[in-house]
Design a protein around this ligand. Structure first.
Ligand code: UN1
Length: 488
C-alpha cells in the first residue's frame, strides 16, 4: 500500500467530516470483509469524545441558517445526492457487500433504495404543508405549521449500512434539521461514501457531520448532549431502551427501531411453492440479519409435512459463498460475535428439545470468512428461547399448530411487534390476520422483510418507540408543530 498524506503506511485513512472539514482521529479502525477476513476494505478514523462534541457544536451553529433556507435549496441538495447514489449504485453496492457481507444483488438494491429515499425526500421538502382554520374567536385565524427540530443525532446499525442512514438523514435535512451521524463501527465504508457525496452536495458547513467510532464514546456523547434535540436510533433493544431513558431525561425527542421476533404463518390453504419461497426469503436472505426477518415459522398441521419437506429442499439449494460471487444466495454472517450468537442459539434450541433438520454448521469457502449454513429447527415450542429472543442470523424455527386461530395466538405471543406474515389463499383469513396481528407491518403472501421506502415503517410493543420512519410519516419525528393565532 501507498504512503498517504497522513504519513500512514496502511493506505488512505478515511476521515470524519466535522464542520465542513475532513478531520483525523486519534485512532484508526480496519473495516474487515466478512467474506474474506484477510481483506481490509479500508481504514477509517475513529472519532473520540472531543470530535463528537465538535460535530455537535458545528451542527448547532449551522442550524438557524439552514432552518431558514428555501425548500428548493434543500430539495436540490437531496435530489443531487439521490442522483449520484443511483448513478454509482454498482460501485457503492460492491463496497457495501464487501463490508457487510450481503450479496452483491442485495448491496446494489440497498444503494438503489438509498438513492430513491433521497429523491423522495427532495420532494417532501417542498410539501411541508400546514393547516389553516378559523378560530372559535371571531376575526382570528389559526395556522398549524411544521418547523425543524434542531440537531438530530442519527445512530445506525451494521445490517443496512446505507439505507437506514438514508432514511434518517434525508428527512432530517429535508425539513431543515442539522445532523450528527454515527454509523455502526463494523460498516464505516458506506457511511463514509455517503458522507463524501453529501460533502459535495451544496450543504453549508456544519449542517451534516460524520463521526465514526464506538457507541460507548461517540454514541454516548450524542445521547448526553443537551445540544442534540432529537435522536433517531436503530439497533438492539438493550441499547435502544437505555439510550431513550437518557435522551428523554434531558427533554430530547427520541425514535427507536429495535428488535423483532417476526412470525411467518403458513395455513393449510397456502399456495405451497409460493409459501416456501416467501419463507426462504423472509428467514434467510440477507443472511437473516434483518429486524424484519421471519424467525418463527408457524405452520398448521394439514400442510405441515409437505411444507417442511419442501422448505428443507429449498434451504439445501441455497448457495452460501462470498458476497461478491454472482451465484451466491446467502453471504457470510457479519462477524465472529454474531456467528457465535447464532451457533449458541442453535445449541440452546437443541438442548430445549427442538430438532435441527438442516444447516447450522460453519462452512469453508475459498477464503476464510464467517460462513454459516442456513439452519432450520423443527419441533420447537412457542415458549423456547429460540422462539422468544432475537437471534439475528440465518436461523429459523418451525412451530406446528392445529389451526389458524392457534397460529394467530402464537404470532402475537411475543414482546415484539415489527412484522407478521401469512401465506394463504383465503380472503377471510388474510383479512382477519391483517386486523388482528399485533405488528406494525403485516404481509399477506409477501415476505416479512424487504419493505418499500415511500410508506411508514415501524413496529409495536418492544420493537419500536416514537413516530414511524419513512414515507410521509417521517415528518412527524423530524418536525415540531406550531399553532399560531392571528388577528388582523
Ligand atoms: C427491510 O426489511 O427492508 O434493521 C428493512 C432492520 C430494519 C430494516 C429492514 N430496520 O433490519
Amino acid at each position: 500500500m501507498v504512503q498517504d498524506k497522513d504519513g500512514d503506511s496502511r493506505g488512505e485513512v478515511h476521515r470524519n467530516w466535522i464542520g465542513g472539514q475532513w478531520v483525523k482521529g486519534p485512532e484508526v479502525i480496519a473495516n474487515i470483509n466478512p467474506s474474506n477476513v484477510a481483506e481490509v476494505v479500508g481504514w477509517y478514523a475513529k472519532a473520540d469524545q472531543a470530535a463528537a462534541q465538535a460535530a455537535i457544536d458545528a451542527a448547532a451553529g449551522a442550524f438557524a441558517a439552514w432552518a431558514g433556507t428555501s425548500p428548493q435549496l434543500r430539495a436540490d441538495v437531496l435530489d443531487r445526492v439521490g442522483t449520484e447514489l443511483l448513478a454509482r449504485r454498482e460501485a457503492l453496492g460492491t463496497l457495501l457487500s464487501r463490508e457487510e457481507g450481503k450479496t452483491l444483488g442485495e448491496g446494489i438494491g440497498e444503494v438503489t433504495r438509498a438513492g430513491q429515499i433521497f429523491k423522495f425526500f427532495a420532494g417532501e421538502a417542498l410539501r411541508n404543508e400546514g393547516d389553516l382554520l378559523d378560530s372559535i374567536r371571531p376575526g382570528v385565524r389559526v395556522e398549524v405549521t411544521r418547523e425543524p427540530v434542531g440537531v438530530i443525532g442519527v445512530i445506525t446499525p451494521w445490517n443496512f449500512p446505507i439505507a437506514i442512514p438514508a432514511w434518517k438523514i434525508a428527512p432530517a435535512l429535508a425539513f431543515g434539521n442539522c445532523v450528527v451521524f454515527k454509523p455502526a463501527e463494523l460498516v464505516p465504508g458506506s457511511a463514509w461514501a455517503l458522507t463524501e457525496i453529501l460533502s459535495r452536495s451544496g450543504l453549508p458547513e456544519g449542517v451534516f457531520n460524520l463521526v465514526m467510532g464506538a457507541g460507548s464514546v461517540v454514541g454516548e456523547a450524542i445521547v448526553a448532549s443537551p445540544r442534540v434535540d432529537a435522536v433517531s436510533f436503530t439497533g438492539s433493544v438493550e441499547r435502544g431502551r437505555a439510550l431513550a431513558q437518557s435522551v428523554v431525561a434531558r427533554g430530547g425527542k427520541v425514535q427507536l427501531e429495535m428488535g423483532g421476533k417476526n412470525a411467518q404463518v403458513i395455513v393449510d390453504d397456502a399456495d405451497l411453492p409460493r409459501a416456501v419461497e416467501i419463507t426462504a426469503q423472509s428467514a434467510f436472505f440477507s443472511t437473516g440479519q434483518r429486524c424484519t426477518a421471519a424467525s418463527r415459522i408457524i405452520v398448521t398441521q394439514g400442510i405441515y409435512e409437505r411444507f417442511v419437506g419442501a422448505l428443507v429442499e429449498r434451504v439445501a439449494a441455497l448457495r452460501v459463498d462470498d458476497a461478491l460471487k454472482p451465484n451466491t444466495d446467502i453471504g457470510p454472517v457479519v462477524d465472529m460475535r454474531q456467528l457465535q450468537q447464532d451457533l449458541d442459539y442453535l445449541d440452546i434450541a437443541q438442548r430445549e428439545g427442538a430438532r435441527l433438520v438442516i444447516g447450522g454448521q460453519r462452512l469453508r469457502r475459498e477464503a476464510e470468512g464467517f460462513y454459516l449454513a442456513p439452519a432450520l429447527v423443527v419441533d420447537s415450542a412457542p415458549q423456547m428461547r429460540v422462539n422468544k429472543e432475537e437471534i439475528f442470523g440465518p436461523v429459523a424455527s418451525v412451530i406446528r399448530v392445529a389451526d389458524y386461530e392457534e397460529a394467530l395466538a402464537v404470532t402475537n405471543d411475543t414482546v415484539f411487534g415489527l412484522t407478521a406474515g401469512i401465506a394463504t389463499t383465503s380472503l377471510r383469513l388474510a383479512e382477519h390476520f391483517k386486523r388482528h396481528a399485533q405488528a406494525g407491518m403485516v404481509m399477506v403472501n409477501v415476505p416479512t422483510a424487504g419493505v418499500d421506502y415511500h410508506v411508514p415503517f415501524g413496529g409495536r410493543k418492544g420493537s419500536s418507540f416514537g413516530p414511524r420512519e419513512q414515507g410521509r410519516y417521517a415528518r412527524e419525528f423530524y418536525t415540531t408543530v406550531k399553532t399560531s393565532y392571528v388577528a388582523a
